[in-house]
Design a protein around this ligand. Sequence first.
Ligand code: TYM
Length: 373
Amino acid sequence: MNEEETVVTPWEVKGKLDYVKLIEEFGTKPLTKEIIDKLKSISGGQHHLMIRRKLFFSHRDFDLILNLYEEGEKIVLYTGRGPSGPVHLGHYVPWIFTKYLQDVLHAKLYFQMTDDEKFLFHRNLTLKETKKYTIDNALDVIAAGFDPKKTKIIVDSENISYLYKIALKVAKNITFSTMKAVFGFKASTNIGLIFYPAIQAVPAFLEMELTGERTYTLIPCAIDQDPYWRITRDVAAKIGYTKPASIYNKFFPGLLAEGKMSSSIPESTIYMTDRDEDVKMKIMNAFTGGQPTIREQREKGGNPEICTVFQYLYFLFEPRDDKIREREKACRKGEILCGECKQYLIDKIIKFLGEHRKKRKRAESLLDKFLMK
Ligand code: TYM
């Protein structure tokens, strides 16, 4: 049987995802117990759910960031979104964690909206459309609860005057052959995309540029964005800035078996703006680890490790450790059926999205405060 090749780039994620292998291939580091214990002690609380369940799993220099924070240095957060459509639950994962880090590290956040990147990448998207999604997606970002006094949303095409001088310094220090090696660019790639990574590097340096202070940037995101940080880190010292650190989450899975949640398969994707009926329909059709018949399920039990419904509960929707353990056991023993788990998850997601909807509505009046002027 031909196994589908695994590909993880900022523009494509496919095949079976082996996160141990990805750490090796990308040259990042695993999040060790020592590091997460330090984060816990700085936070003064419990391990965050996404750390406990290992949704965040890898990093570059996150340990250094924690040390620097303890030494009283200023930490700045940076993350972003490519506005090519509505926001889904997968995108929301790093934002939930970034909000937690903002609280723990008392940090400013630069949030980049790359309407330029998405315009350049998607043949059919106009700048007007990426701009429309920028505003739409910004409401989801704000709804994640970031501190309006400490957060700035940068819209590339609007705020280019802040970005361009730094982007030039970055671009001057990267050759086309590096870009080909890191991003797989070809002779047929449009030249906008070839320059674009210099723009994505900029917010990692922006605070230093604007304040003249030496600060340290931490970037929470999924591991697909790592190629950007490799080149950003390479040029940092050459152009007089500190190297950004990063912390990476795994991909939140799609609902139809293997693969990440992706906008290219809407039936496998829960959007932050889905209606209750959409959620019901999608979860009811989700891929589970259940047996084909109730009798077999009762006799043999299910397989939570391949079940998307179980993974959704595990990573996000069942924060209680005792309850998730009980559910796993009951599933393996055939004591619960997939329909029951699905209904439980539907109720959880509908509640979560209902709350999000209210926060998103409130975000409309805050938009102006968040957008970089
Ligand atoms: P974008 O819009 O593709 O993704 C937004 C954020 O979501 C992460 N992500 C996921 N996380 C979990 N599960 C998934 N299924 C999933 N799919 C995507 C991405 O890693 C990202 O963190 N080029 C970027 C925009 C950007 C950016 C940044 C992202 C600009 N500067 C700094 C992170 C940090 C993009 O198109 O992201």
